[in-house]
Design a protein around this ligand. Structure first.
Ligand code: 3HC
Length: 289
């Protein structure tokens, strides 16, 4: 039976970057009160500004009115002060830097702030949910909630069951996922979960194909877009995700599985070392203005 998530009304999103702000937007659009927190006021406010710009685009397209946009924005509260703003929250989603120690420090802290009933979730793209849950007093109320970039547009949420995540927690989150207008899938904890387990070898193989001179960046992207009906080719998508993020996940899969098929392509390493990280640095496989 599906557990009811209607008691979840106030959500904290920690990390106001691209993913965190996107996740905050998804919740605010679905009517939830959202605390959007980061390490400085400036970063938290920037997250809200990013949401506002994204909403402007859909106002222009006529999908929502200016009034609806303002209502959505009024539900998002940027802050650095979790002690005072998260103490009555029902759910927290972490979307900070992909470093296990930083995540554990955060979860240790928020576990003491949020009420006992609250569920804690990480938007990690591959790291161990069980390890993060282990520093809290509520590992049964802890799970992975992996959104996809851009969160307001992408339909999928991967829910990851850690070693001690309870079925009740999972059922509540499945119900919540549907209320957000998303399609949830469930995976038990394993490196890369479902999507990144499949995506990373695919992207990596594209880098090897390029390195071997099989075809150009444009040709490989065109082949994948038209031959597989993907919205973006592997190089466009890599630039969109960020090459540093991809290398980080690819290395994690390689280290965890210890199998050569996950070995990151040297071309990817070189580009990351050269600072060609994709859209965010103005250049990756393509150049951006
Ligand atoms: N809020 C709400 N809706 C928005 C929005 C926003 N901020 N921005 C755009 N939209 C809506 C638009 O209104 C539009 O809706 P419509 O089709 O009904 O008119 C739709 O989203 C598409 O927007 P655009 O027309 O502006 O953009 P494109 O059609 O060019 O699509 C894209 C852009 C959605 C990014 C598409 O290219 C795509 O799907 N790319 C692949 C993305 C992908 O694979 N993401 C996953 C990355 S992997 C990941 O995240 C895992 C991590 O762990 C690495």
């Amino acid at each position: 039976m599906t557990a009811d998530s209607s008691w979840i009304k106030k959500v904290v999103v920690v990390g106001a970057g691209q993913m965190g702000s996107g996740i905050a937007q998804v919740f605010a659009q679905a009517g939830y009160e959202v605390i959007l927190s980061d390490i400085t006021e400036e970063l938290a406010n920037k997250g809200k500004e990013r949401i506002s710009k994204g909403l402007d685009r859909i106002v222009k397209k006529g999908k929502i009115t200016e009034e609806q946009k303002n209502e959505i924005l009024s539900r998002i509260h940027p802050t650095v002060d979790l002690e005072n703003n998260a103490k009555d929250a029902d759910l927290l989603i972490e979307a900070i830097i992909e470093k296990m120690e930083a995540k554990k420090d955060l979860f240790k802290k928020v576990d003491k702030i949020l009420p006992e009933r609250a569920i804690l979730a990480s938007n990690t793209s591959s790291l161990s949910i069980t390890e993060m849950a282990s520093v809290t007093s509520r590992p049964e109320k802890f799970l992975g909630a992996h959104f996809f970039n851009p969160p307001p547009v992408m339909k999928l949420i991967e829910f990851i069951k850690g070693y001690q995540t309870s079925q009740e927690t999972l059922d509540i989150m499945l119900d919540l996922g549907k209320r957000l207008g998303k399609t949830p899938v469930v995976a038990v904890e394993a490196p890369g979960f479902i999507v990144n387990r499949l995506l990373m070898p695919f992207l990596n193989e594209a880098y090897f194909a390029l390195q071997e001179g099989i075809a150009s960046v444009e040709e490989i992207d065109t082949a994948v877009k038209l031959g597989l009906n993907h919205p973006m080719g592997p190089f466009e998508l890599s630039d969109f995700i960020g090459l540093d993020t991809i290398l980080y996940i690819a290395e994690y899969l390689f280290n965890e599985f210890g199998e050569d098929k996950y070995r990151p392509c040297p071309l990817l390493r070189k580009m990351v070392r050269a600072g060609k990280l994709g859209r965010k640095t103005g250049e990756g496989f393509y150049k951006y203005n």
